[in-house]
Design a protein. Structure first.
Ligand code: ZN
Length: 351
């Protein structure tokens, strides 16, 4: 990965934006693609739609989602503690004791998720997993009035966890789900040659984590023939993962090409063909349902879209220390570019 790409990736994951609050992330994405696109629009939900080779055919949509999981302040008590609603799927075990940022009208302020210390628990309590309403965010305020001068109901809260390089070309950060996806979208737009036939819409979609909401509206607007979602997928090379249940996906073994009813069989086959031809490492995962990714709503837009789904192997999903392999990102971008370059206006994608 080039230094410039790495810097951009780090900037993406160190920017904050849970569902409905993605604006700062979108600004970075827009700036990244502005020079290589014919136009860059932001829709009324906040999704960014950037198109390269606008007059080409067919229209291909590339989708990543810009939101991360987070929280919203729901209640401020008289002592100045903040109680929150979840935005996206949190494991309460992960939340306990984390450092967070509360995003206020006047900028971010630090907080921590507090919980009663082990010494204060009775033996039964010690065994139990916390529930979200039993946790609170402590910003150091002494009274409710003091807290309310700084924060408002509905302010968003995200994890305060930066990017860090790890051994073996791996990295950890919060929100690789799915800043890694919009990273791949923008770097693909930037890497396309001028002589492609297709027009390529790169979408940084909002509000995926709360029900695939931004992609639904954006796909309707673009009206593509082909739509490719790029999202993280579980790496199973961890202790205790049951491969019989979940399959065998590894970190660093290449992007994942998903196969199943949520994916057009010819789109799947084309991805495999171009990966082999260009000697790009890849892995295949099967999903027997409409996936929990934007690919689900992309496929069902209007009269249907020839849909593909590429996965970025990720350990510790929905955790402030999500881990991925930087090589997998580079290879996913190569795979997307090779796919797009192979698409002609004459291709028939009907199964
Ligand atoms: Zn997610």
């Amino acid at each position: 990965m080039t230094k410039d790409s790495l810097q951009y990736l780090q900037q993406l994951v160190e920017t904050h934006g849970s569902a409905g609050y993605e604006q700062n992330v979108q600004t970075i994405f827009r700036e990244r693609v502005a020079k290589v696109c014919d136009r860059v629009d932001t829709d009324i939900l906040g999704s960014v739609l950037a198109v390269a080779n606008q007059t080409g055919s067919p229209r291909i949509l590339l989708d990543g989602h810009s939101d991360e999981i987070g929280f919203l302040i729901r209640y401020i008590d008289d002592s100045g503690y903040l109680f929150v609603a979840a935005s996206g799927g949190w494991d309460e075990e992960v939340i306990v004791s984390q450092r967070v940022l509360v995003h206020t009208a006047n900028g971010p302020i630090p907080g921590v998720f507090g919980k009663k210390a082990i010494h204060l628990m009775d033996p039964e309590e010690r065994k139990k997993k916390s529930e979200l309403h039993q946790l609170w965010v402590d910003i150091g305020a002494s009274t409710g009035a003091e807290a309310k001068e700084l924060v408002e109901i509905g302010d968003s809260i995200t994890m305060d966890a930066g990017f860090r390089h790890m051994l073996g070309g791996r990295a950890v950060a919060k929100s690789f789900d799915n800043r890694a996806g919009i990273f791949c979208v923008s770097e693909t737009l930037r890497g396309l040659k001028k002589n492609i036939q297709a027009s390529v819409y790169g979408v940084a979609a909002v509000q995926e984590e709360i029900g695939l909401r931004g992609a639904k509206a954006a796909t309707y607007a673009v009206d593509p023939l082909i739509g490719i979602a790029i999202d993280v997928t579980h790496a199973l090379d961890i202790p205790d993962a049951n491969k019989r249940k979940a399959g065998d996906i590894k970190l660093g073994a290449g992007p994942v090409i998903v196969r199943g009813p949520n994916v057009n069989p010819k789109v799947f086959r084309r991805f495999v063909e171009v990966a082999k031809k260009k000697e790009i490492p890849y892995q295949v995962a099967a999903s027997g349902i409409g996936t929990g990714t934007d690919a689900n709503v992309i496929q069902l837009s209007r009269a249907g879209v020839a849909t593909g789904l590429l996965g970025i192997p990720l350990r510790y999903m929905h955790n402030p220390c999500e881990m991925l392999s930087l090589d997998d990102l580079d290879n996913l971008v190569k795979l997307l570019i090779a796919f797009i370059e192979s698409v002609t206006a004459k291709d028939d994608w009907t199964p």
